[in-house]
Design a protein. Structure first.
Lengths: 435, 444
């Protein structure tokens, strides 16, 4: 059996599955039950400064996007940071950490962008014996209107400054949680590194409106007829989050910096994908909020089984294994030629491939008598659209053309050598280099 | 060939071989991968799921279905086998419409439960296709346990004991192990030699010595087993059958349904198996339905199930009743046999109409005769030759808790033990739980 235990920034946990800072980690009761259910660690729901805590709305704070059978695909929330007193949270954190020394306990913090505010809270967090802190620079709603959360996360200089204060006033590891509500995530990641962060975690939620009620003309979730943009999370955000993770993992300025992956992780496979893109562990929120704490059982059993199949003895073995294969478009092999192939035995003759290709792509599928759908090699550019719309798995496949054969579309011989855009004759920059 | 269909009497070859093959094909065929994905997607991963409560072996159904959803049917199989080592057979034979699927929240919501049984088959098939056995024996304890009966109860008990490191001597009176999995379950529920393949796979854990053709009471006594082993588990099922107590019961053509089914299950060539032209089955349980449906599938022209009480009281489920009706079996209610008529061989059966009054059955006075060259008795099985010293209750071995009999060091489970439904899955649960209790007592 593969070893799921991980050490992230020197913090060990029995498995790489942590609960992200959110309602599941809002109080002692939840966190104890989460640990009993088998979660490897938690990032406690974000703490604010001393004083009267923030208040939440008293109406719906979530909106959702569903599949046809009400499978929850995306969740949106307008919840703020913890609305419980700082003192209560700190006492609970200390108590739970003492009772679960083998689990990771990270404290998420969000206080105003003033040195004194951080100087005040950090020693108190340190007293709890928690293993580290996570700086919430990501919350896109409410808190950002008050100059915190995403308002900080969108200004790299602020990130660097606050991170530096934290490294100065706090001895244990500092994780900077990034917002996806930014054009290029590498800038805040670099700022975190420059400020001395031990790791980054991402993503926090994405600003969103899930739906509009067409009777009341209010966005959902609606509070007394009005809505506010919220933070989007759940399975739908995974592709966006994974790209951001990969960008940081392969950026020369941040390469090697530990990453905690967050965003839509629902199954063992999601976790394995994040880890292969360079994450040392993963954090989960929506999956736990949708299915309950027990969902981690599948994640653990599944990851361990897959690792056994692949011969990975520990999680460490495959961290970042996919990173070298994430590259820029300009380096993709333009001499790689493929054609779509339809398996006539598997085809159910729905015609979706035809509609897609004929109406919106390259007119490369023909309907023959008897509704037989066939690819026209002279036209097929191997775009993959037909594969993506075909309802039958593996019915259409992309077959690589062997080097030496002639591509009937271009009339050119398929070459064995790798060649990319940087040297392509149509590239003005390449032409210049050749002159 | 086909003209034999209308031949009177009990004759073989009523139907051509390809028709027979089609008739006896899998009742609940395996899912294709896409079908499994769609079926699995319907599960809600319920909290404290009612389907789990309804499963006698308490398989973690939401977890195993989720494991199918995420593309790991073998992990799903592991979840199933952890609770029920005969999960493969149960997937095929459990009356899910009365168990897990009846309890599924989507049955209540839409009348269309998650297809738990077929998903369970999808998972267990995936694991059993692989070579090797998925469990390893624990450290040897040096203890030895005798298990009597290699049916579901005995097999589940033996496997769990072997897993826990004990040595098991498994005795069965019959030639082949499997109990009713091999000799009783309808052929179309477990085709293609699955019962033997499953036993072989199960024994793959090691540490279980199978002694077939060894009958308790004939070849070995309970006293001897107690002397030679540290504990004994009795899982010998119900070997006897109730009698009809109607005149004419001794005529040729009148038979126990379980014997007919056992012959059918063991037949290498169904075309060689004789069946009547007009078959009447007496009874109202699973055995009656199975005998009736299989007679029909063999080519009997008319098949009637005659049950003495009302439809609502029939123990065969609505699904089984519908299955019989769909195969062309006629279900008669509130009729009981009075006599079998015929000159040496059965030709007709006389049934008396009944009515329920004050909890008892009363004849209405009206009778009916129907053609019957073959009559199957399916009015319940009985425990035969229970070893001396055991307390019986309601004709079965009395047990407390996880199968403890009145005799120290002797446990019992499955059909031969009192309590619980007479189902494969219940036998598995009882065998497993007795094993855990035996283990606790041996390692105390
Ligand atoms: C016709 C029929 C159809 C059925 N269909 C279904 C179904 O579809 N689904 C379902 O869930 N249940 C069904 N059942 C019920 C199910 O088969 C039983 O509940 C289950 O097999 C009981 O398991 P067991 O291990 O207690 O006994 P059995 O399966 O009866 O096994 C007992 C074993 O003990 C052996 N044995 C008996 N006496 C001795 C002795 N003295 N010494 C040594 N060995 C002995 C026998 O040879 C046998 O192998 C059916 C039953 C019948 C009769
Ligand atoms: C209701 C809710 C409240 C959240 N509150 C916080 C928070 O207080 N601090 C924080 O850093 N992230 C917060 N998040 C973001 C999550 O920690 C996580 O980054 C995000 O939901 C993406 O992960 P997921 O797709 O697994 O849900 C919250 C998310 C939700 C749904
Ligand atoms: S989930 Fe619980 S707290 Fe939230 S609205 Fe429903 S009942 Fe109320
Ligand atoms: S989309 Fe797929 S199934 Fe439909 S016609 Fe095309 S190849 Fe056949
Ligand atoms: S009751 Fe139905 S939907 Fe709920 S967990 Fe069980 S199978 Fe799934």
């Amino acid at each position: 059996m593969a070893d799921l235990s991980t050490t992230f920034l020197g913090i060990s946990s029995p498995n790489p599955f942590w609960l992200a800072s959110a309602p599941p980690t809002d109080k002692e009761y939840n966190v104890r039950r989460a640990f009993e259910a088998g979660w490897g660690g938690v990032v406690w729901k974000t703490l604010g400064a001393e004083g009267p805590p923030v208040v939440n709305v008293n109406g719906p704070r979530y909106g959702a996007i569903y599949g046809a059978d009400r499978r929850l695909l995306g969740l949106n929330n307008i919840e703020l940071i913890t609305d419980r007193p700082l003192e209560v949270n700190l006492e609970e954190i200390a108590r739970v950490k003492a009772d679960y020394p083998d689990r990771a306990m990270i404290v998420s913090i969000m206080v105003p962008c003033e040195e004194q505010a951080w100087k005040d809270i950090l020693p108190r967090v340190e007293e709890t014996n928690a293993d580290g802190i996570e700086l919430n620079f990501g919350c896109p709603h409410g808190m950002s209107e008050r100059g915190m959360g995403a308002a900080v996360g969108q200004v790299p200089e602020y990130i660097e400054m606050v991170t530096r204060w934290c490294k100065q006033y706090y001895k244990r590891p500092v994780i900077v949680k990034l917002t996806p509500n930014i054009t290029d995530v590498r800038y805040p990641a670099r700022a975190a590194r420059n400020g001395g962060a031990d790791a980054v975690s991402l993503i926090n939620t994405i600003s969103s409106i899930t739906s509009v009620n067409l009777d009341t003309m209010s966005p959902e979730p609606s509070i007394d007829g009005k809505g506010s943009h919220g933070g989007y999370c759940g399975p739908a955000v995974k592709p966006i989050a994974m790209n951001m993770v990969a960008e940081i993992a392969r950026d020369p300025e941040t390469r090697g910096m530990p990453i905690s992956g967050i965003g839509g992780i629902t199954t063992w496979r999601d976790a394995a994908e994040y880890i292969s893109l360079g994450c040392g562990n993963v954090q989960v929120c929506t999956a736990a909020m949708t299915y309950g704490f027990r969902v981690v059982e599948e994640m653990k059993a599944g990851l361990s089984r897959w690792m056994d199949e692949k011969g990975h003895a520990s999680v460490q073995d495959f961290i970042g294994q996919a990173v070298p294969n994430v590259t820029d478009w300009q380096y993709l092999n333009l001499n790689y030629v493929a054609k779509a192939r339809i398996d006539q035995d598997a085809c159910i003759k729905c015609g979706r491939c035809f509609a897609a290709c004929e109406d919106t792509s390259h007119q490369a599928i023909a309907i023959k008598p008897g509704r037989v759908f066939e690819v026209i090699d002279e036209e097929c550019v191997a775009c993959n659209l037909c594969v993506d719309v075909c309802p039958v798995q593996d019915c259409i496949t992309m077959e690589q053309m062997a080097p030496g054969t002639v591509d009937p579309r271009t009339g050119r011989v398929v070459e064995a050598e790798y060649a990319n855009w940087t040297t392509h004759p149509n590239n003005p920059a390449a032409a210049k280099a050749a002159e | 060939m086909a003209d034999r269909q209308l031949e009177n009497g009990i004759v073989p070859g009523r139907l051509p071989e390809d028709t027979l093959a089609a008739n006896f094909a899998d009742l609940h065929p395996a899912f294709a991968p896409h079908e499994a994905a769609v079926a699995a997607d319907r599960c809600y991963f319920c909290y404290d799921a009612p389907c789990v409560t309804a499963c006698p072996t308490a398989i973690d159904i939401p977890l195993f279905i989720r494991q199918i959803q995420v593309g790991q049917p073998e992990a799903a199989a592991r979840t199933i086998f952890d609770q029920n080592i005969l999960g493969g057979m149960c997937a095929r034979v459990c009356p899910t419409e009365q168990l897990c699927e009846q309890a599924c929240v989507r049955e209540a919501a839409e009348g269309k439960p998650v297809e738990i049984g077929r998903l369970q088959r999808h998972a267990t098939d995936a694991q059993m296709r692989k070579s090797g056995h998925p469990y390893q024996r624990g450290a040897r304890t040096g203890k030895s346990v005798a298990v009597v009966g290699a049916g579901p109860a005995g097999l589940a008990c033996a496997h769990r004991l072997a897993m826990l490191g004990h040595d098991v001597a498994l005795f069965d009176a019959r030639e082949k192990p499997g109990g009713l999995n091999e000799y009783g379950i309808a052929a179309y529920k477990t085709p293609e030699g699955f019962a033997q393949a499953e036993v072989e796979w199960l024994l793959g854990i090691g540490g279980i010595a199978l002694h077939h053709g060894k009958m308790l009471g004939r070849d070995v006594t309970l006293r001897e087993l107690q002397d030679d082993h540290d504990a004994v588990f009795l899982g010998m099922g119900l070997g006897g059958v109730n009698a009809l107590r109607a005149p004419g019961e001794d005529k040729t053509g009148v038979r126990d349904a379980v014997d007919f089914i056992a012959d059918l299950r063991q037949a290498s060539d169904l075309a060689a198996l004789p069946v009547g032209r007009n078959v009447v089955v007496i009874g109202g349980g699973m055995t009656a339905i199975d005998a009736a449906v299989q007679s029909k599938l063999l080519g009997a022209e008319t098949v009637t199930v005659a049950y003495r009480r009302s439809r609502a009281e029939m123990s065969a489920s609505g699904f089984e009743q519908d299955l019989a009706a769909a195969r062309g079996v006629r279900l008669m209610f509130n009729v009981q046999p009075v006599a079998v008529h015929g000159n040496g061989a059965a030709a007709e059966i006389e049934l008396a109409y009944t009515t329920s009054r004050d909890g008892g059955l009363q004849p209405t006075g009206e009778t009916v005769r129907i053609a019957a060259d073959q009559v199957f008795k399916a009015i319940g099985q009985t425990l035969v030759a229970a070893p001396d010293g055991l307390t019986l209750t309601g004709g079965k071995i009395a047990v407390t808790g996880p199968g403890r009999t009145g005799l120290a060091g002797v446990w019992a489970g499955g059909d031969c033990a009192a309590g619980g439904d007479d189902l494969t899955v219940t036998a598995v649960a009882e065998g497993r739980d007795a094993a855990l209790d035996i283990h606790a007592s041996l390692t105390r």
